[in-house]
Design a binder for this molecule. Structure first.
Ligand code: NAD
Length: 591
């Protein structure tokens, strides 16, 4: 294809517009920048000069490249100059009437073949296009902030946009070194559509005091590898902006999960908009600062001391059990590895030895440390050997009857005062507790897979868990170098309750033919910095496991928006369970 759009006008040179102007000029195109007035134009040019000077200082750009690109950018305040452009990109503030007025004027000024693109995040591209007499040449081009480093561009087509116009804009995006994905006109498009619903649930979770803001944020960073926790991200985006995007999403979807959490409205009303105003979910050193100030942890001081843990037992012989044994043994704790038979226990220990061996090979563990850890692990085929340990973690099959039977046995065997923990991810901890005569000593310790590598442990206290038992587990986590977060005994705890509805939304988005598997995965990785896209993650976790968790969440909260997407049920019914069966959302066998 011929290089599209040799001359591009950018209207509005604020945060986004200035970044877009520089990116376009870097590709060797002429840029006509238009601002609201002469003062704004001078300021905009100064901003562009300063940002490109920073890029030179950081060696993202050479001095010659900077000179060349600045020579391609002219900035003025006369919209008529846009008539010389082949493409106009609008980046004025997020206000429908402002944008519609601007498009009506551009439509009058520009020749009929000029393509007009809006940079809107949440407004209807269709309504903006309707202000012109050329809706087939109007589309959305949604860059991400900061433009120079974010690779994603969503190219948004309305029902009237011509495929050629969309393809030319996608080609331009590729020419700027970006990765374009195709999206239809709906609030939030792909990336924000999936992101903001999740941020909203995190805000609601905080508002209900289910967990602290620090714990919610740490859980999502450490449990899912996200670059930022949701509440810190809301502060960065701006609580007001987030609320506006959610309002627009709710307006279209009427999904209660998109209705802005009341706390967002309260923060906005109080002027607590996030980093930009110095306070939002967190308080910052100053407006615009990214450094939160620590607030006093009152609750932690009031907590009683934990019980002493000198030896532990782990029940089970699978992946999680073996991983948890490794965590304890590496931290210097004697561990009884209790399985249903001596043979299973020995095999699990052999697995552990292999895992430690791999760490040695990778230079992450010394041979002495490996030997010391192995020497601390005693495999046993009988739970009766657990009589004297101070704490037991069970990691047997995710089946309530099996777990309850085990807890009843542990209650008979293990000495009084010992802590009994379950690592269940979807069953109620209280149902394990009530299988014993000492529910106050029972707690959830939800490790993540692979346990030796994942830093997070969700510490789940039931309504009956004694405070010193919670304290014991928190202290133990610190000792074995895990990051504990505290939460109550409800479906999904923190991580799964926030993660799986998002994965389910992605499946629904796919089923509605709004975007493809690849485009959705790309949008979340490049637009939000996620380590994996939702479909990659679903295929790794297993579609059957995901479906079970989604059903548990829906059963607990009865929120219509949490009902598992029918497409997920169909794939599970068809035996497409993800990587483990060779096929899930993608066909792994053919790759
Ligand atoms: N900031 C983000 O993170 C982000 C990310 C993606 C998309 N967006 C979208 O990009 C668009 C621009 O947002 P922004 O953050 O750059 O806003 P901004 O407030 O930083 O910049 C807007 C600029 O437009 C100028 N302007 C206002 N009226 C004008 C007019 N009539 N003619 C010419 N210029 C005019 C203003 O002087 C200002 O410089 C919005 O639609 C926003 O939703 C923002």
């Amino acid at each position: 294809m011929e290089r599209p759009f040799p001359t591009v006008a950018v209207v509005g040179l604020g945060t986004m517009g200035a970044g877009v102007a520089v990116a376009v000029a870097r590709s060797g195109r002429r840029v006509i920048g238009v601002e609201a007035g002469p003062t704004q134009a001078v300021r905009a040019l100064a901003r562009i000069e300063a940002s490109t000077a920073r890029a030179v200082a950081r060696e993202r750009l050479t001095a010659e490249e900077r000179t060349a690109l600045l020579a391609l950018i002219e900035v003025g305040d006369d919209l008529a100059a846009a008539a010389q452009a082949d493409l106009v990109i609008e980046e004025v503030p997020e206000d429908l009437e402002l944008k519609r007025g601007l498009f009506a004027e551009l439509d009058r000024i520009c020749p009929p073949e000029t393509v007009l693109a809006t940079g809107t995040t949440a407004l209807s591209v269709t309504r903006i296009a309707a202000a012109t007499a050329r809706p087939e040449r109007v589309l959305g081009v949604h860059f991400f902030n900061p433009v120079h480093s974010m690779k994603l561009v969503e190219v948004v087509r309305t029902v009237l946009t011509s495929p050629q116009a969309a393809e030319q804009v996608a080609e331009l995006a590729r020419d700027l070194g970006k990765e374009p994905v195709a999206a239809g006109d709906r609030a939030g498009f792909i990336a924000n559509g999936l992101l903001f619903a999740y941020l909203n649930q995190a805000a609601a979770m905080f508002e209900s005091r289910y967990a602290t803001r620090e714990d919610i944020d740490a859980a999502m960073r450490l449990g899912c590898g996200l670059p930022m926790g949701p509440l810190a991200l809301l502060d960065l985006i701006g609580v007001d902006t987030a609320r506006t995007v959610l309002e627009a999403m709710y307006e279209q979807s009427k999904d209660r999960l998109h209705a802005p959490a009341p706390i967002l409205g309260q923060l906005v009303a109080a002027g607590l908009l996030g980093r930009k105003s110095g306070r939002g979910f967190y308080t910052y050193e100053a407006p615009g600062s990214s450094t939160p100030v620590a607030e006093e942890a009152v609750a932690a001081e009031a907590r009683p001391a934990g019980r002493e843990v000198r030896s532990v037992g782990v029940c089970g012989s699978g992946t999680m059990a073996t991983g948890i044994v490794e965590v304890f043994a590496k931290a210097g704790l004697p561990v009884l590895l209790a399985a249903r038979s001596q043979e299973k226990a020995e095999r699990a220990k052999a697995q552990l030895a292999k895992s430690l061996e791999r760490s040695v090979a990778k230079g992450r563990l010394t041979e002495q440390a490996r030997d010391a850890a192995l020497a601390l692990v005693t495999p046993t085929g009988g739970y009766q050997d657990l009589a004297d340990v101070d704490l037991v973690v069970e990691a047997v099959a995710e089946d309530l009857a099996v777990k309850r039977e085990l807890f009843t046995a542990l209650d008979r065997i293990v000495k009084p005062g010992a802590v009994l923990a379950t690592t269940t991810s979807s069953l109620p901890v209280i149902s394990c507790a009530t299988a014993t005569s000492r529910p106050q000593d029972v707690i959830g310790m939800h490790f993540f897979n692979p346990a030796p590598a994942m830093k997070l442990v969700e510490v789940v206290s039931t309504v009956l868990t004694a405070e010193d038992v919670t304290a014991t587990v928190l202290e133990l986590c610190a000792k074995v170098r895990k990051h504990p977060v505290e939460c109550g005994d409800r479906a999904g705890f923190i991580v799964n309750a926030l993660l799986f509805p998002y994965l389910n939304d992605a499946v629904r988005m796919l089923a509605e033919h709004y975007a493809t598997v690849d485009d959705i995965d790309t949008a979340m990785k490049l637009g939000c910095g996620y380590p994996m896209g939702p479909f990659e993650l679903l295929d790794v976790v297993g579609l059957d496991v995901s479906l079970t968790i989604e059903k548990v969440l829906h059963q607990e909260f009865r929120e219509p928006g949490l009902a598992a997407a029918p497409l997920l049920e169909h794939l599970v019914a068809a035996g497409c369970l993800g990587r483990k069966t060779g096929r899930g959302f993608r066909d792994h066998a053919r790759r």
